[in-house]
Design a protein around this ligand. Sequence first.
Ligand code: SF4
Ligand code: SF4
Length: 108
Amino acid sequence: MKAEKFPTEKQTVKKQGWKDIPEGGIITRAASAKMNKTGSWRAFRPVIDESKCINCAMCVLNCPDNAIPFRDGKRGPVNLDYCKGCGICASVCPVKCIKMEEETKFRK
Ligand code: SF4
Ligand code: SF4
């Protein structure tokens, strides 16, 4: 049997310029971020060894979900309603006092 010849990508796809791509987006209510509790997706959670924390705020500044508060010169506890467990805080912590632990350990 003769092998079928498939067209190459070059032959079938006409690449579009960015101005030709249709507009898209997500329509949601203003200031609705609080309603999206991204913490429910989490597979890992950050656990902080308070005895080693030097309050440098690197985790606070780098958290993409703004889930770590900083008040009166001190880092606060991780807001688990919004922490999605990405592990960025653990990566940037200069004293490595944040450990990512499996969420299943905390949920029963
Ligand atoms: S794991 Fe990610 S989302 Fe959670 S506190 Fe750390 S940086 Fe923020
Ligand atoms: S990055 Fe580490 S040392 Fe700095 S405030 Fe966060 S937990 Fe503490």
